[in-house]
Design a protein around this ligand. Structure first.
Ligand SMILES: Nc1ncnc2c1ncn2[C@@H]1O[C@H](COP(=O)(O)OP(=O)(O)OP(=O)(O)O)[C@@H](O)[C@H]1O
Length: 273
């Protein structure tokens, strides 16, 4: 099956003396939800910029749906990828929510007769259709990020990369965006590949796969259960566990075994029997 993203022997350095990525390899399957985690400065955002062709690798290749990234393919590749960034306030250009979603469609020269339907459809997916005439700056952080997602979804990308999209949100906003991501997963299935770059391990635990990067190197790669069971390695890399895992490791007599929320509840209820 065609890989959504295939990274082979990637090399990149900001500074000619030191390679951030020396020989980095990563395949992301079509339709996968991958959480990319790692401490500050480990290279996650740089990887997103390399995939988008915003900066050029000094060695190796990046392919997106079998198209090798190059000056000839970069615009075609970017059309398939939507980005949502950390700061919800830096992503708005329209006076209303609907204008904002329209902006990307206008840039893509979508016929104006088509626009209301596409805007309505995208806002409905993120459950923000009731806010279409509101001013974006009046929304909560979580609502703003859902509008940012709608603007991206309206362009029908095959891949969405969210770079710390929940980092500036309060707990309610974070929950709201995580619920939206889960609903996208259910709605689009294999038609949408999701990459979430995050410090929030509860967000990472929702993904199909967690990839841990440390100083430009892939150190762990597996299901949330596999990765979050490697607690010593995670802690050595400056990373925490999801809340359920932290609690389980404090309470449980098998501290290396990660318990997700459902398993923790089951374990606690079995204890009380
Ligand atoms: N424009 C730049 N010029 C020089 N060095 C940079 C630049 N951008 C990032 N770096 C360096 O490259 C390394 C990786 O940065 P990057 O932003 O990719 O990490 P990250 O894992 O996304 O970090 P964070 O979680 O803090 O966002 C860091 O050491 C950073 O200081």
């Amino acid at each position: 099956m065609t890989k959504a993203i295939k990274i082979n022997n990637l090399k990149y350095s900001y500074d000619s003396d030191q390679n951030l990525f020396a020989d980095f390899n990563l395949d992301i399957e079509t339709g996968e939800w991958v959480a990319l985690v790692g401490h500050n400065g480990s290279g996650k955002s740089t990887l997103a910029k390399l995939i988008l062709g915003l900066i050029a690798a000094t060695g190796g290749t990046i392919s997106v749906f079998d198209d090798i990234l190059s000056p000839e393919t970069v615009y075609r590749i970017r059309e398939q990828i939507g980005m949502v960034f950390q700061n919800p306030d830096n992503q708005f250009v329209g006076a209303t929510v609907a204008d904002d979603v329209a902006f990307g469609l206008e840039n893509k020269q979508v016929a104006s007769i088509e626009m209301p339907r596409l805007i309505e459809e995208a806002l409905t997916i993120v459950d923000m259709q009731a806010f279409k005439d509101r001013e974006p700056h009046m929304l909560s952080g979580g609502q703003k990020q859902r509008v940012a997602l709608a603007s991206v979804l309206a362009l029908k990308p095959k891949i969405i990369i969210l770079d710390e999209a929940t980092a500036m949100l309060d707990p309610a906003g974070r929950q709201m965006v995580m619920a939206t991501l889960t609903s996208l997963r259910e709605r689009f299935g294999k038609a949408l590949t999701l990459i979430t770059i995050t410090h929030d391990m509860d967000e990472a635990a929702l993904a199909d796969r967690v990839v841990v990067i440390n100083d430009g190197q892939l150190i762990l790669d597996g299901t949330p259960h596999q990765v979050f069971s490697q607690q010593t390695m995670l802690r050595d890399s400056g990373l925490e566990l999801p809340f359920s895992g932290e609690l389980a490791s404090q309470l449980h007599n098998h501290p290396e075994k990660y318990l997700d929320e459902r398993e923790l509840i089951q374990w606690l209820s079995d204890l009380s029997k």
